[in-house]
Design a protein around this ligand. Structure first.
Ligand SMILES: *[C@@H]1O[C@H](CO)[C@@H](O)[C@H](O)[C@H]1NC(C)=O
Ligand SMILES: *[C@@H]1O[C@H](CO)[C@@H](O)[C@H](O)[C@H]1NC(C)=O
Ligand SMILES: *[C@@H]1O[C@H](CO)[C@@H](O)[C@H](O)[C@H]1NC(C)=O
Length: 492
């Protein structure tokens, strides 16, 4: 994003004078040995800025213009945007249930500032036939506050830079881009010149439309900038550790989550003034004030602690008869831009709602992959580590992630996993732990489920009672020996 950053800096200057940005079109360098075999007949891109991360969806009708069937569609991104893309998924628009199409990311070519994904179509596309691809992804860390620092009662504004043309390896016959802002308060946006007749963008409430543009050559780029009011915190979780611990013996499923959260929004230019903060009924700035945490029905014993200790300002509403429960977490202080907040949350559930026996010694566990707060502005996770702690003696552990459409999960190849042992009090061989770790995902992944299958031999069910009873026996024997000793000492 070197180029875009430069543009953003320039625009920053313009913005402060409230002038529209005058931008020129430019081209990204492209790998040489590439022959376009497709034509984008029609392309509609939606950019959603309602959350503190960006969600883009592109629906594109693609036609094979070669004489042979074609299987690989190239999807380019600027190289420095690629690491910030979360949950890229491509589906056949007319058969979304067939699942995601297989993707491959190109190598980084040092002579090019573009990287591309190769999308493998489900079947080779016959000459002159068409397929509609539905491409969706999140872009993380791409919204920047401007100004960078504001006063406690000031409104926060965020900027986003992108291209008027959806970046493509192919000629696009017709295309347009719709941008949805969080509100109608959009003080600055690029007005294009010479791209189309009439006003560009066209505004309708909080939705702005750039285009339609026709016959756009491949790789064309035209920088745009927008700056809009955003009265939400830009929540980034640098690390979430989530432990799910299973106890067959206690019939319990215990969850503990540890969050390292920060607000990447505009920071405070003055000191935080608590008194004036308390007096304002509805301040316009956007610190984090509350985290709303939905929980599975039947969740009990919730706790919430932060760096300082027990936090009493949490509020738990248990769900009645099979309904979701709600935990409301209020940090000790409003978390302004640049501030961090670390905390842990935990609770228990009856294991029977999550575990099923599939044969005499095989068990299937189904738990949410990610839970976490569900604030309207959303949360982006830079790193997420999930540990499933199974009973001692569990073997042959397999897992599968069941995703829903557009849930922001990265490709399964980006989910790293391993199996290790975890030893706690009264353990002998140690519990079997399945660890999964993922980078750069969003809270949209809340909708996916993790299914873990494992074997738990019957003899293992006896391990805990035997360990405990041999422990108790040792205590009794010791006590008995000590009492004997005592007696003999007193007698003397
Ligand atoms: C996640 O994002 C960070 C920051 O942009 C980047 O350095 C890292 O490579 C990304 N990780 C993956 C797996 O893409
Ligand atoms: C922690 O908070 C809970 C209520 O949320 C309270 O019952 C408990 O006594 C507190 N513990 C400490 C050590 O303050
Ligand atoms: C694999 O296990 C080790 C401990 O044995 C742990 O430190 C590491 O983070 C795990 N890796 C993943 C991907 O979870």
């Amino acid at each position: 994003m070197r180029f875009l950053t430069a543009v953003a800096v320039v625009c920053g200057l313009f913005f402060s004078n409230f002038l529209p940005v005058v931008a020129e079109s430019s081209q990204l360098v492209w790998p040489k040995a590439f022959k376009p075999a497709f034509l984008n007949v029609n392309l509609v891109r939606n950019i959603n800025l309602e959350k503190a991360y960006i969600r883009e969806t592109i629906n594109v009708v693609v036609q094979n213009i070669e004489k042979q069937p074609q299987r690989d569609y190239f999807l380019p991104f600027p190289s420095d945007v690629v690491p910030n893309i979360g949950g890229l998924e491509v589906r056949d628009k007319n058969g979304p249930e067939k699942g995601r199409l297989r993707l491959e990311l190109s190598e980084i070519d040092p002579s090019s500032n573009t990287q591309f994904y190769v999308i493998h179509l489900p079947e080779p596309l016959a000459p002159s036939s068409q397929i509609t691809l539905s491409i969706s992804y999140y872009i993380l860390s791409a919204l920047h506050p401007l100004p960078k620092a504001i006063r406690q009662d000031d409104r926060q504004f965020l900027t986003y830079s992108f291209s008027a043309y959806a970046l493509s390896a192919y000629t696009t016959v017709d295309q347009k881009t719709k941008i949805k802002f969080p509100s109608v308060n959009v003080p600055d946006y690029t007005v294009t010149s010479g791209l189309k007749s009439g006003s560009d963008p066209e505004k309708q409430g909080s939705t702005y439309t750039y285009g339609p543009y026709s016959n756009i050559a491949p790789r064309k780029f035209y920088p745009l900038n927008v700056r809009f009011a955003a009265s939400y915190p830009v929540l980034v979780c640098s690390l979430l550790e989530r432990d799910v611990e299973i106890s067959h013996w206690g019939g319990n499923l215990a969850v503990e989550e540890r969050y390292w959260l920060r607000n990447s929004g505009a920071s405070l230019s003055d000191h935080f003034d608590r008194v004036s903060w308390m007096m304002k009924a509805s301040p316009s700035s956007a610190p984090l004030r509350v985290l709303k945490y939905p929980m599975k029905p039947g969740s009990v014993d919730p706790y919430f602690t932060d760096d300082i200790g027990n936090v009493s300002t949490s509020n738990y509403r248990p769900g009645r008869s099979g309904r979701e429960a709600h935990l409301e977490l209020r940090p000790r202080y409003p978390v302004f831009g640049g501030w961090q907040y670390s905390f842990r949350v935990g609770w228990n559930n009856a294991l029977s709602s999550f575990l099923r026996k599939s044969s005499s010694e095989t068990f299937v566990l189904k738990v949410p992959f990610l839970e976490g707060p569900q604030n309207p502005e959303g949360i982006q996770y830079e790193k997420f580590v999930l540990r499933i702690i199974l009973p001692e003696g569990s073997k042959n552990v397999r897992y599968e992630i069941i995703e829903s459409v557009n849930n922001g999960l990265p490709n399964t190849v980006q989910i790293k996993s391993n199996i290790s042992k975890h030893r706690t009090f009264m353990d002998t061989v140690g519990r079997t732990v399945l660890s999964l770790s993922v980078e750069n995902l969003t809270d949209a992944a809340r909708d996916s489920q993790l299914v873990v299958t494992y074997d738990f031999p019957f003899v293992e069910t006896l391990r805990k009672p035997l360990t405990i009873s041999s422990g108790l026996l040792a205590v009794f024997v010791t006590a008995w020996v000590v009492s004997k000793l005592d007696v003999s000492i007193r007698k003397r």
